[in-house]
Design a protein around this ligand. Sequence first.
Ligand code: PHE
Length: 339
Amino acid sequence: MVDKIKEHISEIEAFQARNMEEIESFRIKYLGKKGILNQYFAEFKNVSNDQKKDFGQAVNTLKNAAQDKVTALKEQLESTQEEKGIYGDLSRPGEPVEIGARHPISIVKNQIIEIFSNIGFNVSEGPEIEDDWHNFTALNLPEYHPARDMQDTFFIQTNPDVLLRTHTSSVQVRYMEENKPPIRTISPGRVFRNEAISARSHCIFHQVEGLYIDKTVSFADLKQTLLYFTKQLFGKSKIRLRPSYFPFTEPSAEVDIYWGLETETDYRITKGTGWLEIMGCGMVDPNVLQNCNIDPAEYSGFAFGMGIERIAMLLYQIGDIRMFYENDLRFLEQFKSSI
Ligand code: PHE
């Protein structure tokens, strides 16, 4: 009988299962109620006393072998199933990879940042919800200054000291308050103006403003910096500065680039002049420096500011500013190949 048990053991060791059902029927065959093991246990009382010890040991070994085998088979099956889960069917064609596209505003913003960082400007950011000081007063726009109407403001609740910034010049004020000259920083960000929405203007748009403050900064530095910028971004090397007015700069100017008059579109967008206005600029007003604890007798600086939407509309020939905010995939997908 002991030999028969040994045979069972080698049978168990050689057994292989392909699935859960086969493992289960194996388990029932050996360990089930009417299984082989229970039959041996029932046999025990018929075994003569001198053989009881050997027989008992053999049955126990058989029991352990069967139990261990069931556990091992289950583990084996689970791990092969896991592997299948990871690799799947390796002969299947791959899932198509959908390449996303950056928003054109982000593309142009990054280009502008890159151009200015190449000449030593860093990037500064500030809050979109501002107080009166940083958006107006520090910028030489005291209460009741008529030029406050140049930028129609959204106030938050009824508190006139809490507003949505109308330009990122507010970030420049914060930067001057916290840093000593020399300062070379650009401030990209979202700005808000209470304006009617049309093809040309929106109540939310984006700006990049620049600020350079050091001991002998001159108007010539401003002009050269802007010329470098327009060459890099538009590939155009002719600019002109027209006298203008901003409360925070003196003198102030509007910057035009010579776009050309080669196509019909050139005629249309430049109204037949060949020139396009792209930004405002000027020498920082001494009052602004003073407000930010910078001594105007020692330091001078220039500042400039431009709307990213306007630049993107020129670069990509987009006719309606509202397209930037509609999230129409047919529009956005066209920027897939851009960086
Ligand atoms: N802050 C101005 C605006 O939003 C732009 C500007 C910045 C003009 C710096 C001059 C100098 O209209």
